[in-house]
Design a protein around this ligand. Structure first.
Ligand SMILES: [Zn+2]
Length: 195
């Protein structure tokens, strides 16, 4: 299922993620399904805070081909975005960001402790072994994690950030926000408990 106005929604939530501090600089990338074999994805080298419908790139999720659009090219992470949308028909949007608390656990290669009853109901957030951004190695590590944790909605990319999978852009955004809240509470709990 695709949302009506999915490109509007993707642009709105990309800008909102940037404003909320879930990602900085030109980091992060968002994609959404727009048809059976197609997605739109945010552009490479552009801040999520500047995302607009005019700079979203349309791509084929099976062939990884895209339509040129002015000076914009797809985010270099298009490989795992396309694979997730192809392998998980229940997923309509894929958000990749670097929220500070969740990413701190990722940098330490530690699980985010599930200290609250997170609304996205996932017993564990799988960790994806580190591989450099935009590589086939990272793509393959993400696919392996998806195969092992079939229904997962959040993945923790070691030394990097998180990926959130939602049945809509809005739900994927909420999962991202809730994951960062969970990581922040887990961090604060550790700080207070260690006194
Ligand atoms: Zn990243």
């Amino acid at each position: 299922m695709t949302e009506p106005n999915v490109t509007q929604s993707l642009s709105y939530y990309a800008r909102r993620a940037y404003k909320r501090g879930l990602v900085g600089g030109t980091g992060g990338n968002f994609s959404a399904r727009i048809g059976q074999d197609k997605m739109v994805i945010t552009a490479s080298g552009l801040s999520l805070g500047d995302t607009a419908e005019e700079n979203l790139i349309e791509m084929d999720i099976s062939t990884y081909s895209w339509q040129p659009k002015a000076e914009y090219i797809p985010s270099k992470e298009y490989l795992f975005h396309a694979d997730i949308l192809r392998l998980r028909p229940d997923v309509a949007a894929v958000l990749h960001i670097h929220p500070p608390y969740a990413t701190t656990f990722a940098v330490l290669r530690r699980d985010i402790p599930m200290v609250t009853d997170a609304a996205f109901k996932q017993p564990k957030i799988p960790r994806v072994p580190f591989a450099p951004s935009g590589t086939e190695e990272l793509q393959s590590n993400v696919v392996n994690a998806l195969e092992e944790y079939a229904d997962c909605k959040v993945l923790l990319l070691e030394q990097h950030g998180i990926i959130c999978l939602g049945s809509s852009v809005r739900w994927a955004y909420d999962i991202a926000d809730l994951t960062e809240e969970l990581a922040r509470i887990a961090y604060l709990k550790e700080m207070l408990s260690s006194k």
